[in-house]
Design a protein around this ligand. Structure first.
Ligand code: G3H
Ligand code: 13P
Ligand code: ZN
Length: 292
């Protein structure tokens, strides 16, 4: 199977009450960990590349790594998506360069200008058979992700949370009322949930116990993500959890094997940790295992 667009994926996900995982990729081990899990579980998957990833790894390297993953996993649909493209030129370059989906995020611009840029991207991308995701509107100058998620490993401050009997922080619930209202007004329309890492506490603990410092890192509870996937959310974006899995594994490896200096010695377990994390997400959170 060649790279696919997300059109068919989203239609099936919307009707089936599950979501497709959109995982950020920055290097070979991340691409391999994600796609090995998706391949084994016969799951559709979206690999997404940010402007920063493109600056780090280079457009061609990332596209070729994703093409290699498509060859290695011929039975599953894989889409290649630009995450948070901030200009028409960046989106155009990804459309021209083999991506099957782009996000235009002109949310830093005044609303009218955002709409104008978004329209221009939609026109160009659709002419080339590429799907567009857009971020419209802002909330008090901050990125408008409207039901309570945000990017990164610190999604809530401790004073926004309560604590359970074990003293563990419990975040405020997502605004499912807003999501339901949006779905009512736009029936059949696939919604994307950004900032959907759950910040697994076992990885935070591993990081903190092995020389790291991530106090009070907290994410979105997985049962809430599962619920969103059953509703109109068809794409769930996960990046920070991959970073945590990789960093925790590498930190622990170096503490346990201080003499190691061959990158394969620590990147191999890091890749395995990503694969295991993605397996869990596909089965237990997104519900898309077996939906290829
Ligand atoms: O939306 C943010 C993603 O996690 C990508 O992050 O811009 O550091 O690559 P990045
Ligand atoms: P996280 O930081 O929660 O992983 O969100 C990633 C994201 O939304 C990428 O667009
Ligand atoms: Zn995002």
């Amino acid at each position: 199977m060649a790279l696919v667009t997300t059109t068919e994926m989203f239609k099936k996900a919307y009707d089936g009450g599950y979501a497709i995982g959109a995982f950020n990729v920055n290097n070979m081990e991340i691409v391999q960990g994600i796609t090995e899990a998706a391949g084994e579980l016969k799951s559709p998957v979206i690999l997404q590349v940010s402007k920063g990833a493109r600056a780090y790894a280079n457009h061609t390297y990332l596209v070729k790594l994703v093409e290699a993953a498509v060859i290695e996993n011929p039975d599953i649909p894989i889409a290649l998506h630009l995450d948070h493209g901030d200009s028409f030129e960046l989106c155009k370059s990804c459309v021209d360069g083999g991506f099957t989906s782009v996000m235009i995020d002109a949310s830093s611009k005044p609303f009218a200008e955002n709409i104008e840029i978004t329209k221009k991207v939609v026109e160009y991308a659709h002419d080339h058979g590429v799907v567009v995701e857009a971020e419209l509107g802002t909330l008090a100058g901050v990125e408008a992700i409207a039901i309570g998620t945000s990017h990164g490993a610190y999604k809530f401050t401790p004073d926004q949370c309560t604590r359970n009997e074990q003293g563990i922080l419990v975040p405020p619930p997502l605004r499912f009322d807003v999501l339901e209202e949006v779905s009512k007004r736009l029936p059949g329309f696939p919604i994307v949930l950004h900032g959907s890492s759950s910040v697994p506490q076992n990885f935070v603990k591993m990081i903190n116990e092995n020389g790291g410092k991530m106090p009070d890192a907290i994410g979105i509870p997985e049962d809430e993500l599962r619920h969103a996937a059953e509703l109109s959310v068809c794409k769930i974006n996960i990046d920070s959890d991959l970073r945590l899995a990789m960093t925790a594994t590498i930190r622990e490896h170096f503490v346990q094997h201080p003499g190691d200096f061959d990158p394969r010695q620590y990147l191999k377990p890091a890749r395995a940790a990503i694969k295991e994390l993605v397996r869990h997400k596909l089965i237990d959170v997104l519900g898309c295992a077996g939906k290829a």
